[in-house]
Write a protein that binds this ligand. Structure first.
Ligand code: RB5
Length: 145
């Protein structure tokens, strides 16, 4: 599995924690920054991750900002992206089982690194259930036109 990851300035610290977790888990990733703590615009950092997942270059994406909200809104504008904003382990599993989410967004100002790492592990280790959920995913795709 290959992951694309980025944040804005509000998510820099948590992004580094998640990259450290991915290193520990021996999961390959590409870091799309930012590489400084300067204030940046989150859509600029959501785009390469969302495009990379939508194109199939990456299997999954992880996006962090202050709340996770801006990143999730931006990522979900890219065709083929199902970005879930998650701040609990139950939702992390459910959004994989039911929504086949391919991008995970979290907010550094909302949760701590311990919970965020548990969310990432649950999200990466849970498979899509298919069945009736496939029909619903197909209907989401139809909304994209
Ligand atoms: C940046 O101040 C903040 O707006 C951003 O990180 C994010 O929370 C937006 O949704």
């Amino acid at each position: 599995m290959k992951i694309a990851i980025s944040s804005d300035h509000g998510g820099n610290n948590l992004r580094k924690e998640i990259m450290s977790l991915l290193d520990d888990l021996d999961i390959s990733y590409e870091d799309f920054g930012p590489q400084s703590s300067d204030s940046v615009d989150y859509p600029d950092y959501a785009k390469p991750v969302a495009d990379g997942v939508a194109s199939g270059k990456f299997d999954r994406g992880i996006l962090i900002c202050g709340t996770g909200i801006g990143m999730s809104i931006a990522a979900n504008k890219v065709k083929g992206i199902r970005c879930a904003l998650v701040h609990d382990v139950f939702s992390a599993k459910a959004t994989r089982c039911h929504n086949d989410s391919n991008v995970l967004a979290m907010g550094e100002r909302v949760i701590g690194p311990g919970l965020a790492c548990e969310i990432v592990k649950a999200w990466l280790n849970t498979d899509f259930e298919g069945g009736r959920h496939t029909r619903r995913i197909d209907k989401i795709s139809e909304l994209e036109g």
